[in-house]
Design a binder for this molecule. Structure first.
Ligand SMILES: [Zn+2]
Length: 343
């Protein structure tokens, strides 16, 4: 069975793990042309960035459970990192199969807790950290970042949380795995090997316009003495601009916080057939959330050569990744896992 031949709408016909090839190409995965999308940015910082920052930045692996690794962290001795897919889990229906949320999804009833826990155990075998050593965020589209340590181990998974409304974590605790969740929103994952700390944040449009990435960089500095010039940042798999139509209300929020040049790169006015023929039809925009986060990182002092951008869109690849837009809200959750290696 070749996944590219199958019509895998939400919750149907997800191949089981044995059919996964090591090579992403076997899935007909659509990669974004980031070098074109980021052309003006690359031109501006051309002396410092290379195609490695933008192209083939995520790698797909089959064993022991399907997962993605972000290129700059893959060969790191400092951290272990992985990102889940829809594949290799035990859940069914709209959650098929690697669903990693315990919560209701919109109007839909939550997945069975034992399925989600089993899925977490399977992902724990990828990163080789028990679920008892993971801490799971409580994401509500805020810009709040929490520094976590040993006392948080297991929270949100095998025991209750003592925090709420937390969309990002920072930590310097080896062996503690930060877990953040996504289904089109943008992961921003950071490491500072020199000061031995990490961050993982969830940036949807609210978190991006509110610059949660800057909050994480500030939290790393305050808590662990981190310096932005020592930070490596990965803007992970989320929705691409072509898939992300927004209205003027959202566009307005970005206009408020980005300068003219940035704004023009982040939001492209979309001329629809309707708006062409009907002057009263409201204008729509295509929002490039990855680009907005790129500017957020630059503003915080992260060096362009240390910023990497995923070339995989969740919505373009909704057969293997959960996408809120592609499934019209009928979907499970993907998670990023990152931990400082124990010495
Ligand atoms: Zn897309």
């Amino acid at each position: 069975m070749n996944i590219s031949e199958k019509n895998c709408e939400s919750g149907s016909n997800i191949p089981d793990n044995k059919n996964i090839d090591d090579n992403f190409k076997a899935f007909s995965v659509k990669r974004l042309d980031n070098e074109k999308l980021f052309y003006n940015v690359i031109k501006k910082y051309g002396g410092h960035v290379s195609s490695d920052n933008f192209s083939n930045t995520v790698n797909f692996h089959k064993n022991p459970i399907a997962h993605i690794k972000f290129a700059p962290f893959e060969k790191s001795g400092f951290v272990s990192q992985c990102f889940s897919t829809r594949l290799g889990g035990t859940s069914s229906g709209m959650y098929e199969s690697m669903n990693l949320t315990f919560n209701d999804v919109g109007q839909y009833k939550a997945d069975a807790r034992e399925n989600v826990l089993e899925n977490f155990r399977r992902m724990s075998s990828v990163i080789n950290i028990p679920v008892e050593r993971m801490v799971y965020s409580k994401q509500t589209h805020t810009t709040n970042v929490l520094a976590v340590s040993d006392s948080h181990a297991g929270m949100g998974l095998v025991r209750g949380r003592n925090f709420d409304n937390i969309d990002g974590f920072v930590s310097n605790t080896p062996g503690l795995c930060l877990v953040t969740s996504f289904a089109d929103c943008i992961p921003v994952v950071m490491t500072d090997e020199r000061h031995r700390c990490i961050a993982s944040v969830h940036a949807g449009w609210r978190g991006t316009a509110g610059n949660i990435a800057a909050n994480a960089i500030l939290a790393m500095r305050k808590s662990f003495g981190s310096s932005p010039k020592d930070v490596t940042a990965f803007i992970g798999p989320g929705i691409c601009a072509d898939c992300y139509e927004v209205g003027e209300d959202v566009a307005e929020q970005f206009k408020r916080v980005y300068n003219e040049e940035e704004y023009r790169s982040i939001l492209l006015p979309e001329i629809t057939e309707k708006s062409r023929t009907n002057a009263s039809e409201s204008v729509k925009f295509l929002l490039n959330l990855s680009m907005a986060n790129y500017f957020n990182l630059l503003r915080s002092g992260v060096l362009p050569e240390n910023i990497y951008v995923s070339d995989i869109c969740t919505c373009c690849n909704s057969r293997i990744l959960f996408s809120h837009r592609a499934s019209r809200g009928k979907r499970g959750i993907l998670c990023n896992f990152i931990s400082i290696n124990c010495e």
